[in-house]
Design a protein around this ligand. Sequence first.
Ligand code: PGA
Length: 221
Amino acid sequence: MKKVFIIANWKSNKTEPEAKEWLQTLNDLQFAINKEEKEIIICPPFTLLSFVKQSIVKSQLLLVVGAQNISQFDEGAYTGEVNGKQIKQFADMVLIGHSERRSNFDEDDKILEEKVKMAKKYNMTPVYCVQNKDDKVPSGVSIVAYEPVSAIGTGNPDTPERADQVAKYVKDHAQVAVVLYGGSVTKNNVMEFTRMSNIDGVLVGGASLNAKEFYEIIQNA
Ligand code: PGA
């Protein structure tokens, strides 16, 4: 049986009290997972990394913390940036190349390659997002998330069959072992994606903001 990865990408949402409630709800639902079968990763905004990490340790929740971004620069005079050494205090994974970063912040292949290097320098696993099957994937990337732009936040997911074909293509061409699908994943459609042979999990945006819905996604995946 393959291991399924389920990532919650909170994007630019939630305050500390809201994160506390989310984690409490997950805890109350008797959140228990078999780590051999499912790996659950929470990517809160930078302001909540410390709080989420501490809460997970305290409540012994089986969650991994990821960041949503990483600076391409190391520590130094880069006002407003958050670097790999800082992120590694709390996170073991990091999203790189999300389409919202590419389009709103002009992150191109060169910058994204630097970001992957930084993640690896600080021993974090990059989850590299691509929007098309032929998008360049920097070397050293172990996990790719395929997220077609037309599916992100639209309620209009890709078909599982097409997503599976892209996942296979990426595995064959970019030599990555794990490919996830993202874009309008919900509790109702998650299984259609995770049951495909080349898809190893999902990256969930909007539907991860509600703890109960996210819990059901985990159950159904
Ligand atoms: P969505 O976002 O689930 O809200 O479509 C996915 C993502 O952007 O990672």
